[in-house]
Write a protein of this length. Sequence first.
Length: 136
Amino acid sequence: MKIAIIGTGNIGGNLTRRLTKLGHDVSIANSRGPHTLTDLAEETGAKPLEVTEVAHGAELVIVTIPQKNIPDLPDGILDQTAPGAAIIDTGNYYPRQRDGLIAEIEGGLPESRWVEQFLKHPVNKAFNGISAVNLL
Ligand SMILES: NC(=O)c1ccc[n+]([C@@H]2O[C@H](COP(=O)([O-])OP(=O)(O)OC[C@H]3O[C@@H](n4cnc5c(N)ncnc54)[C@H](OP(=O)(O)O)[C@@H]3O)[C@@H](O)[C@H]2O)c1
């Protein structure tokens, strides 16, 4: 399967390791550009791309970045996914430790519904209830 992973930290890095080992065609992106992903690319065989391009043609896109950074993702990053692509959001909202208060979520909007507003695509929440170390 052609898989794009946006965010290559604890969760995104280990999903890259796991999914490449299973034989999937994995592309990866972070906020700083593909030149910062050479180590993970060499280790796993995943293809580093700009975040604006990583989801092109992907059948599955995994968005795994801090909740507070979701609004920073470029507009239209999912516009050229494969038809019927599934989008996974691994995020957990940490209002005190990391993300600050997000008014709409505080008002009762489920986290993934908030994420969908920025991605302009329905998302499924997954991998958010497991520690990154257990994904290997
Ligand atoms: N760690 C866990 O065990 C765990 C478990 C369940 C759920 N989660 C949730 O999963 C999400 C990811 O957690 P994590 O621990 O993997 O985070 P992390 O280690 O802090 O990694 C965050 C990643 O997101 C990238 N990123 C940030 N802003 C970006 C942007 N605007 N565009 C593209 N990439 C961007 C970062 O790239 P740069 O470094 O280039 O900025 C980095 O690769 C969070 O919502 C977290 O709460 C984590």
